[in-house]
Structures are given as C-alpha cells and as structure tokens.
Design a protein around this ligand. Structure first.
Ligand SMILES: *[C@@H]1O[C@H](CO)[C@@H](O)[C@H](O)[C@H]1NC(C)=O
Ligand SMILES: *[C@@H]1O[C@H](CO)[C@@H](O)[C@H](O)[C@H]1NC(C)=O
Ligand SMILES: *[C@@H]1O[C@H](CO)[C@@H](O)[C@H](O)[C@H]1NC(C)=O
Ligand SMILES: *[C@@H]1O[C@H](CO)[C@@H](O)[C@H](O)[C@H]1NC(C)=O
Ligand SMILES: *[C@@H]1O[C@H](CO)[C@@H](O)[C@H](O)[C@H]1NC(C)=O
Ligand SMILES: *[C@@H]1O[C@H](CO)[C@@H](O)[C@H](O)[C@H]1NC(C)=O
Length: 927
C-alpha cells in the first residue's frame, strides 16, 4: 500500500506545507532490491543503500566485520535494481505529475511503467522529472524501477574514454578504487586512510511522487539568507546596519504572474517579531525571490557554544497570488548572526599591537574575533542511511561537552543532512562546510562543470538559513597538496592545472556562493595561504595568493602531520600560521571496539586482520597479500608508544593487547595536547593564531585512526584530553629539550581580562615534595584572547643535583573572569604537569590506586594511596557507551577525585558499573 498525505512533512524544522498539491512519499518498505544475474532478490526500504538491505536479508555478513570490506567488493562491482510495488493510488487526472529524488547514489537509470524516464550521474543533486505523459499512457498501476550501475566500473569507463584528462602521477590519491575524481559521488566511498571502501549504491535520500493541479506548485528547495544591509561576502559587515532577510523559493508547477511572498518571523514563544510582504519580488523559471528589512533591535543574536545563547526563530513564508491568497506555505528555522572569514591584510593597528605582517585568517562572529576550538568531522558511517538523528545528537553533545565550538565538515564525504545543521543550530556548533572535492584534481569539461553547478546551487540554497553554517570551502587539500605536487613533479603542467583549478573552484563555484548568499564566506581550498586580493569589481572577486609570500609575513592556515614521533613534543617543529585546520597522529581503538569487529583469535597488535584494516598509509591498490604500507602505520604507533611510555608487558595476551591499544591512545592525546597548547598560545604571539581544529572528531568504523571518538561513541583518551585543554583558561608548559628552557604560560580565550594566581610544585614520582628553586606561585592577568608567561626557568640550572627521571612539576591556575556575553563573574581553574624526560624512563612507582562507586551519588572515587599516578584511566566494559566527567588525569598520593558520568547507551541494565576498572601508566609494567 502506498501511504499518501495531503501535507508532506519534510525534515524536523522544514515543514513544507503545500496548500493542495499531493505528495506521495516513496519512502517505506514495499520495495524489492534485485540483481537477476546473481539471482538475488530481497526486500528493501527507501531510503536505501544496497549493502544495508543485503545484510538485513542475510545475503551478506556484517560489512564491518573482519575483512568483509575486501570480501564484499563484488557488491560494488554489480548493478542493483530497486523496484517499487505497483503505485496504486496515483491520480491519473492530475494536471502534472513529477518524480522528485533528493538523492540517488549515483548512476541510475529510472523507468516508470516500463518507460525510460531519465539517467542520473550525481549523488549530490536533487532530481525531478515530469512523468505526466508516461502516466497518461500507462495501462496498469505503474511500477517505478531504479537501476544503479557499478560506480567503480563506471568511473573506470569514464577514465578510459579516448582523450580523457590525466594528471601527473601522485595527484590523484588512490586509496582502493581508482578514478573517483571523474564521478560525483562521496569520494571516501572509494576508500580513505581511515575508512573502508564499499562504494555503496542506492536511493540514499527520500523520494516522492508529486501531483499538481493546474494552479498548484510544489516547493522543492528554498533559500533564506540573513545578512547586514550592505554586507559583502568575506568582508566584516557594519554591525550597526539592520538585517536583510532574503528568501527565494524553488518550485515545480506553473510560474504564474503577479505572485508575492508574505513572511512572519516568530520567536520561541511563537510571538510575532516581524511580518508583512517581501519587497523587490523577482520571478524566474521556477524561482520566486523577495526581501525584507528586519530592524536589529527586533531580534536577539545567535552565538556559538560558550560565546552566548543560541537564539532561534521560526520563519514562515507564504507564496500568494495577485489577490494575496496563499498558494503554498513553508517554514524554516533561522538565526541572526554574521560569521565572516577575515582574510584581510594585517592593518596598521594590528601591526602596532605586535601582530606579524601578512594577512589575517580567522573567523569573526557578530563582529567579534573568537578562538575557534574544534575538530574535523568525517562521514560517521560508510552507509549514510544508518546515520540517524539520535546518533548525530549524541556525537554533537560530545562536541559541546568537549568545549568545542567549530567542526570542519571535511570533504569529501557527503553534504550534511538538514538535521545535522538543525542540531548544530541548537547546540551552537559552527559547521565549516565544504564542496565535496578532495585530494585530487578534477575534470573541467563542460558537462562536468554543469553537473557540479547544479549540485552546488542546490546545496548552497538548501542549507544557507542555518546559523551554524560557518563557511564554504571548495575542497580539501587542493592548493597546499595537489597543486604543490604538480609544481614539484610536473612543473611544465603547473600553469595549465592552476587554470583548470581556478575554472572549477573560482570561476564556477564563486558565482554560485556569492550569487545565492551574502552571509557566507568562501575560499577555494582548505588548506591555503588565503587570498591575494578581494575585489568585487573583478569578474571573479577572489584572487588566490598561492606561494606569493613575503618572507617574515604570515598568511593563511596550516596543517601538520609528522610521523617521526621523536619530534612529537618539539614545539619548534609545529607550523606557525593564523589558524590550524588539521593535525594529528593515529592510535588504536579500544579493546572493546575491536571486539565488535574482529574474531577473538585476531586480538593481538599486529594480527593480519588488524594490519589489513589499518588504511594508513594510502595503500595504492591494497589487496590481502600486500602489507608493505600498512605495516608502516602499525610501526609508527609502536615506535611512538615505546619512545614515550613504559612498554606494556603483560602475560595475558588480550590484556597486553589492550594495554598496547591504550598506550597508543595516550601518545596521541599527549601529542595533540602539546599542539593545542602551542596553537592557543599563538593567540598572544605575533602570529595571532585564532583557531585549532584537530584531525579527527570521530570514527567511521573500528580501526586505527586519528579519531578521538570511536565508532560506537566511546571516547578515546584524546577526547578527554582535548576537552581539558579546550577549557577557556589553561596553564601550559613549553619545554625545549635542547636548551633546557622551560616556560609556563596561562592562555585565555575569554573576551575580557582574567586575573588570578598560578601555583607550582615539584615532586618525585613517590610524591615527595622537592625543593627545586622556582617560584611557588605567580600572580597574573591575561587580556582578551591572549596569553601570558607565568614561569621561566632552565632545567639545566634548577635540576642540578636532581634526577630528571624522577621529577615532575604540577602547575595550576585559578582566575576570575567572565564568559563572553555573560555578566557573571566566575572562577576558571586548570591544572597541568610537566616532566623533563620521556615517561618511558621515568622512575614511576606503584601509586596504589583505589576505586569505589557510590550508588547514591552515582559517582566513582579514585584515590592514589602510595605514589604519583600518571594518566589515570577509568575504563568501562562493552555493552555501554558513556563518558566520565574527567579521565586521563594525574593524581598525587593522598589525592582523590570524585568522578561522575553521563550514560549515552546501556545494554547492561546498569551492570557496567561493576566492570569499571582504573589504571595508570605504571600498570603497563605489571604482568
Ligand atoms: C548496469 O548499469 C549500467 C549503468 O547504468 C548500464 O549501462 C548497464 O546496462 C547495467 N547492466 C545491467 C545488466 O543491468
Ligand atoms: C509554536 O508553534 C509551533 C508550530 O506551529 C509548535 O510546534 C510549537 O509547539 C509552538 N511553541 C510554543 C511555545 O507555543
Ligand atoms: C497580504 O496579507 C498579509 C497578511 O496575511 C499582510 O501582512 C500583507 O501586508 C498583505 N500584502 C499586501 C500586498 O496586501
Ligand atoms: C530593494 O531594492 C532597492 C533597489 O535596489 C534597494 O535599495 C532596497 O534595499 C531593496 N530592499 C530590500 C529589502 O532588499
Ligand atoms: C606504498 O606507498 C608508497 C607511497 O607512500 C607507494 O609509492 C607504494 O607504491 C606503496 N606500495 C604498495 C605496495 O602499495
Ligand atoms: C607491528 O609491526 C610493525 C611493522 O612490522 C613493527 O614495526 C612493530 O614493532 C610491531 N608492533 C608490535 C607492538 O609488535
């Protein structure tokens, strides 16, 4: 049975309510997925990707188990046909009928009633087809069929066409299936260094049949752009100006004449804030646009997490006829904010403040500079149809709990669903968004560019109303990586390939972003040195800087990967720039995660299955007999752990494996903390560094990666440590191993001065206080988004007569200040610790850790009874997902911490509490 409703309800906050057109949702369970050649036919439900249905029908095993991503390559090499049940409730008398698909992944041939409707070739476009004529002549109840071709096969066919474009060796990063750059499909579906390669196929987003009467229209997409009067992209606007609300509706049906748009803006109590008719109405082919002025004082601003409230409004729009009678209405949830990427030249005033010359590269919210703290988001699942709103909400709550205010939504996955932006709007997470291109150069023939234009226009218009939308970047690692590979390996092709790059990422995409939105900044590549010039009188207003740099000047973003772990804590090896958008090192997931994905006999560090699931380095056509490059990644984790921490040495092989996994996580967290401290301190240095987004927030499956949160939501050591070092006020040591120079800084990203006291105390590992000659305290005051030195000493002097392997400095800071947009004075505290040698050599002692749980208060208490405990770790068993209020901390003997927790998922009926254990680094050596 087809279910139909007179009013279609699309997404959580975007309820499109056509007055009378009929929308028959094709989502639901009466579909069949088949491949006649393979003799497979299974039930399916839309939205869908073939692997998910085949797994549900037990034709295949769990795609995530063991080496199934290799074993299931045949699914990707096959065609898959989705066939609907007969569509019995269609109205053959409708004036016109359309098929509307919000997402077809990727190469589909659509037939209705046995007749060809169309073929599609872009996962990211919305497609709509007038099928009135086909239905008129359809004798029986029509059946819809969608035949999906094999994306890896078609990519290879396109690449093999005579005269097809090629690029110098190494430009296209090949992970598992090659030739991804020729097709508009999630690029990581063909493999990546953190993920599997399934290349799924199917109608992955909702689809519907739309029936229209003569005068009726159907809203298929809409744009709302809210900006300050006079605002231009990429330029800080005048915050004194009123708001402009620009609304533009894409619809199917007769264009009609003399149409208007009425609007009503409602606050959280549904009181009307502003209403009336939009002015400056323009109508084009299937588009109607208008604007209104909203006085500043009518609305409250939207702010990111930690910087103020997330005030949201409901905007209702009605398209009306010449008699002011409603034809169709829709609603979107909006917020009032300006967010600008400022890449402008460093001003005289900034120079006078000690900021190095060059250009800015930072974000400004509502006219304020702020420190962007966050990480990089990758596709949370290889199959988007499994990504529920609840999963994203849990993940984003962890982002907020982690003191983050920005995520870079990395390309090349998929454009984020509206519900993801909705949750980010509510929680105050800025989403740096990207067009889905990455780690390759792309074709620029007319057909490809036209295809991209359709995709980009649809996506820009779909999501522009979300206040969480922070930025559009053209793609990932295009300038810093791809073009520089060309420059080094094929300089004779550099000019041609830069021109092609500009054709796609400037000439094609800039007019689409700037033509639809005044509120959002654009840059063609993450990472880059920013623009050389921004001039709105030019045909393309952005001129890229590339390597056109003046020595001594600082420009643009940095990314940093260095797998020589000897340099991990050498902060002079970190890049100095205005903003860090990627950096990291991989670590193993927990034993609990491995148990979900591999057999018990494979639970040891270098088991074949683990090595083959590890996709770092890019294997270049990995198959099960090729280990060369993945062993390198396993080796890097091993060496880093051995170099910096006691090597696990346990008799029980699974316990030893678990300790190894955990030690690689400690290294990862320690390394990231070191970099985050460095970048944040840069806010007060000449680089005026204003952002730090580490690689990467979360995992797509269970494998060694750069993630801080595992596939099921379990926090690695990293997410706890990042949460700690992303607090507004931090104290951080900087040690130069060569000179012995030790400096301790307090850094604040608050928007007003904070002042307080820092305390310093030295101990040996047994916890005995040492009389090392440094001040025991310092008074300090730190300005807005700034840093200050609170201790300076040289270990060559102060440790004279002490064993450097047996000293540890504990430093803490306590300061009074206010959060941005708050009048409330509050105390900010932070603790950190420093040891001059590697912990692999430190004279650790048994700290005598004790753990208890109170059922009354729902808290654990951890106590060190005998010695200093480094990297104290509370661990919980499988079957639950939760996080502790604190973890991965230091305890001095006699010190206790009371630790609460937040449970996200529990299949143990509360029994997980009895399985909680505590360990510290010393336990690595306990057999
Ligand atoms: C598989 O899909 C491709 C691309 O859509 C198509 O050309 C081909 O005919 C299909 N093959 C079968 C057996 O359906
Ligand atoms: C405001 O209106 C919306 C939709 O009409 C409704 O869902 C919501 O509950 C209302 N909120 C309040 C506070 O009345
Ligand atoms: C149309 O009606 C709306 C209220 O429904 C009103 O706000 C608006 O001013 C009217 N527009 C015109 C042009 O009369
Ligand atoms: C309408 O257009 C005029 C002329 O271009 C412009 O001055 C005015 O600001 C526009 N109104 C709105 C609400 O954008
Ligand atoms: C290993 O990676 C290097 C590049 O890092 C590549 O040149 C080589 O072909 C890869 N080896 C295999 C067997 O894939
Ligand atoms: C894992 O294998 C790599 C590569 O052979 C090696 O360097 C490393 O020491 C091994 N790690 C462990 C923990 O055995």
């Amino acid at each position: 049975m087809r279910r139909w409703t007179p009013q279609a309800v699309i997404a959580l906050t975007v309820a499109v309510v056509p007055s009378s057109c009929r929308v028959i949702e094709l989502s639901g369970s009466d579909w069949t997925l088949s491949n006649p050649l393979l003799n497979i036919s299974v039930p399916a439900k839309l939205p869908s990707q073939a692997h998910v249905e085949l797994f549900a029908a037990q034709v295949i095993g769990d795609p995530y188990f063991g080496l199934n991503d290799f074993n299931l390559r045949w699914v990707a090499w096959s065609n898959w046909t989705y066939t609907s049940a007969p569509l019995i409730s269609l109205n053959k008398d409708a004036a016109s009928t359309y098929l509307v698909f919000n997402g077809l992944d990727t190469f589909s041939t659509i037939e209705l009633c046995g007749k060809h409707v169309a073929s599609t070739n872009n996962q990211f476009r919305q497609y709509y087809f007038d099928v009135t004529n086909i239905l008129e002549t359809c004798a029986e109840d029509p059946v819809l069929s969608l035949n999906f071709g094999s994306a890896p096969e078609i990519a290879n066919e396109i690449a093999a066409q005579p005269g097809q474009e090629t690029w110098p060796y190494g430009v296209e990063m090949v992970y598992e299936f090659p030739n991804r750059q020729f097709i508009r499909k999630e690029q990581s579906d063909f493999g990546w260094d953190w993920g599997p390669a399934f290349a799924p196929a199917g109608p992955w987003l909702p689809a519907s049949v739309v029936e229209l009467g003569v005068e009726e229209i159907y809203v298929r997409n809409s744009l709302v752009d809210i900006y300050r009067l006079g605002q231009l992209n990429n330029l800080p606007p005048d915050q004194e100006q009123p708001w402009v609300l620009n609304a533009s509706v894409d619809y199917l049906g007769q264009s009609g004449s003399n149409r208007g748009i009425n609007y009503r803006l409602l606050d959280a109590d549904n009181s009307t804030v502003s209403s009336g008719s939009l002015t400056n109405i323009t109508t084009g082919q299937g588009v109607i646009t208008g604007a209104a002025i909203i006085p500043s004082e009518s609305v409250q601003l939207w702010w990111p997490n930690g910087l103020g409230p997330q005030t949201l409004y409901r905007l209702e729009l009605e398209i009306v006829d010449s008699g002011n009678k409603t034809i169709v209405s829709l609603a979107k949830r909006v917020g009032f904010r300006t967010i600008v990427l400022n890449e402008g030249v460093i001003t005289a005033q900034q120079l006078a403040q000690g900021i190095a010359p060059g250009n800015n590269w930072h974000f400004e919210i509502n006219g304020h500079e702020f420190y962007a703290k966050g990480s990089n988001f990758i596709p949370p699942d290889a199959f988007w149809v499994r990504v529920t709103e609840a999963r994203i909400r849990d993940l984003f709550e962890a982002v907020v709990a982690g003191n983050q205010n920005m995520l870079r939504v990395w390309s090349s996955g998929a454009y984020s669903p509206d519900f993801m932006y909705d949750i980010a709007d509510e929680l105050g997470i800025l989403l740096w968004s990207e067009f889905e291109f990455g780690d390759a150069l792309y074709p620029v023939d007319r057909e490809f560019l036209d295809n991209v234009s359709e995709e980009a226009t649809y996506q820009v218009r779909r999501v522009n109303h979300h206040p969480s939308l922070a930025f559009w970047a053209g793609g990932n690692e295009l300038e810093n990586l791809e073009l520089s590979i060309v420059e080094k390996t094929a300089p004779d092709q550099y000019d041609r390939l830069v021109a092609e790059y500009e054709k796609l990422f400037l000439e094609t995409l800039v007019p689409i972003v700037f033509g639809n939105s005044k509120s959002i900044s654009y840059a063609p590549s993450s990472t880059s040195n920013g623009y050389l010039e921004l001039d709105f009188s030019l045909p393309v207003p952005l001129v890229e800087r590339y390597e056109n740099k003046t020595p001594g000047s600082i420009y643009g973003e940095t990314d940093y990967y260095n797998y020589n772990s000897a340099l991990a804590f050498n902060f002079s090896s970190y890049p100095v720039g205005r903003f860090s958008n990627e950096f990291g090192y991989h670590s193993m997931p927990s034993l609990q995660s491995w148990r979900q994905a591999i057999s018990p006999e494979d639970l040891y560090f270098n088991s074949t299955v683990i090595q083959l699931r590890n996709r770092h380095y890019p294997p270049g056509g990995l198959n099960t007999s090729n280990f060369e490059n993945t062993t390198k990644g396993m080796g890097e984790m091993t060496v880093a752990a051995q170099r910096w921490y006691p090597v696990p040495d346990k008799q029980d092989s699974v316990a030893n494996f678990s300790a190894w996994c955990h030690t690689t996580q400690i290294f990862q967290a320690d390394f990231y903390q070191s970099q985050i401290m460095f970048y944040r301190r840069g806010s007060g240095m000449s680089e005026r560094q204003l952002g730090c987004l580490y690689w990467q927030l979360e995992d797509i499956w269970q494998t060694p990666t750069w993630a801080g949160i595992e596939y099921d939501g379990r926090w690695k050591v990293l997410h706890y440590v990042a949460r700690d070092i992303y607090q507004p006020v931090i104290i951080s040591p900087f040690f130069n191993r060569t000179t012995g120079e030790l400096e301790v800084y307090v850094t604040s990203d608050l928007w007003s001065d904070v002042s307080g006291t820092a305390n310093f105390a030295w101990y040996d590992w047994s916890g005995k206080k040492l009389d090392i000659d440094t001040p025991t305290s310092a008074e300090f005051s730190v300005g807005a988004i700034n840093t200050t030195l609170v201790l300076k000493a040289n270990t060559k002097d102060i440790l004279n007569g002490f064993d450097p392997e047996n000293v540890i400095l504990v430093a803490n800071a306590s300061a009074e200040g206010k959060l941005p947009n708050s009048d409330q004075q509050q105390t900010f505290t932070h603790e950190n610790w420093f040891h001059p040698t590697s912990l692999a050599k430190a004279k650790l002692v048994d700290p005598g850790l004790e753990l208890s749980h109170s059922a009354d208060t729902q808290k654990f208490t951890v106590t060190a009874t005998k010695g200093v405990a480094a990297w104290v770790w509370l661990d919980y068993p499988e079957g639950a997902v939760l996080y502790f209020d604190q973890n991965a901390f230091l305890l001095l003997p006699g010190q206790s911490k009371v630790v609460g927790y937040t449970v996200k998922n529990d299949t143990t009926g509360g029994g997980w509490v009895d399985g909680v254990t505590v360990r510290s680094l010393w336990d690595n050596n306990v057999p």
